[in-house]
Design a binder for this molecule. Sequence first.
Ligand code: ASP
Length: 328
Amino acid sequence: MLFASVTASANDEKSTTPNVAIAIHGGAGTILKSSMTPEKEAAYRAKLKEAVEHGYSLLKQGVKGEKAVVETIKILELSPLFNAGVGAVYTFDGEHELDASIMHGGTKNAGAVAGVKTIKSPIEAALLVMNESPHVMLSGKGAEAYAAENGLEQVDNKIFDTEFRKQALDKAKARMAQASTGYGSQQGNERFGTVGAVVLDSEGNLVAGTSTGGMTAKRYGRIGDSPVIGAGTYADNESCAVSATGHGEYFIRYHVAADICARMKYQNVSLDEAANTVINDVLVKAKGDGGVIAIDKLGNIAMPFNSKGMYRASISTEGVVTVAIYKD
Ligand code: ASP
């Protein structure tokens, strides 16, 4: 009798307070305290906190993981602080070409858009591709047409402009003009700010999403890892959900997000070990800089990076909030 009533109240407890958790990132790179003003740092911290708390509150209300990921990322896409949506880096030609993806670890369904210029929220478009299309990735004008036909807001590419990113383009171009090794030698520190979210929702599903403007001064239709399922984004309920940020070419070649999940699944190692091995061993040896946020089905969170800093925040299953930028 006593046992029955304990079970009942435990179940009640479970249905009112689902075991949910979330982690987000706002990009990795050479982010140094010495080059940050207190005002700028406070602005980054406040926006990360706002986004992670919003996502967490949706999850707590029982909102599905994919919706929580999209709504969280939309806050970051609309903030000029990050390299996604408004505030996206410029291409060599002075425009913005945006990439985004989302994956659901329960259904293994995924959606992505690449190189889009007029979709206000690329992560919403990725969700649309995942939920409504028979495809995984749509690109360029086709993706824009599909988004428009399905009622997603279209905007002028200029709404993504910011002075800060324009200066970064000018710097990158000046470096390219001086470099003797040609295209590709320009990549510097002007890239950071990609955004992503990973969640454990109240139904036990793991979902990951990523949105970015890519790399400053990119040309020739370059696409990075962010919209590539398995590289910049991956989710699998049997292991983990991962969103990456960093030098995309390495993340594609090393299949970073999927490799972390595979290590958990087949080597039976912890989330922490799998994520750390890939970021701080495999990628370091390859000289690929960046980091990931990752979450497993118990709500464990790992946020390793091998760069100087990574904008990041999380809320654990116990409701503990962390917001951080630098190594410690
Ligand atoms: N991974 C992104 C890309 O290569 C950039 C970043 O995360 O900073 O497009």
